[in-house]
Design a protein around this ligand. Structure first.
Ligand SMILES: [Cu+2]
Length: 151
């Protein structure tokens, strides 16, 4: 299955770009700003979009061969304007969604329509691994691209 088809199954997701890292497809996508809950210890908090939030920025990590989503990674996102000024710099939440599947995501405020630079810092998945996964994703990987926000 090609990567864009994996993202394409969810109508509310707009794929932006993708790359492959040692057999892991890393896709960047957007969706409308999303309400989500977060567990902190034994309490569940709600995060609702603010007026400033422009997009729900999402990273989908999947095995290139099986399309199986890959959890337990740390994914950090940095958004810059065209001049390289950092506008947003946060860790993405690991997220569960019935319609979009397991992904990493966060609501991002943008100052306006236009082109932005984005970089994803993907850390090694922090999980015990069966042999086929023991020799890959051992160092962090950075994926840099640009995207156009058209509102
Ligand atoms: Cu999400």
């Amino acid at each position: 299955m090609d990567g864009m088809n994996m993202v394409g199954r969810a109508m509310q997701m707009t794929p932006l770009d993708e790359t492959t890292w040692e057999g892991m497809v890393i896709q960047l996508a957007t969706a409308p700003p999303a309400t989500h809950s977060v567990f902190q210890g034994d309490a569940q908090g709600m995060i609702t979009p603010t007026a400033e939030d422009s997009i729900h920025l999402m990273a989908v990590l999947a095995d290139e061969e099986t399309s199986e989503r890959i959890p337990y990674a740390n994914v950090w996102v940095t958004v810059k304007d065209q001049d390289g000024t950092v506008l947003f710099d946060e860790r993405m939440w690991p997220m569960l969604s019935q319609s979009m599947g397991m992904h990493y995501g966060i609501n991002v405020p943008l100052p306006g329509l236009g082109q932005y630079k984005v970089s994803l810092l993907v850390g090694p998945p922090q999980a015990a691994r069966h042999p086929e996964y023991m020799e890959r994703w051992l160092e962090s990987f950075t994926f840099e691209t640009t995207f156009e926000w058209g509102g």
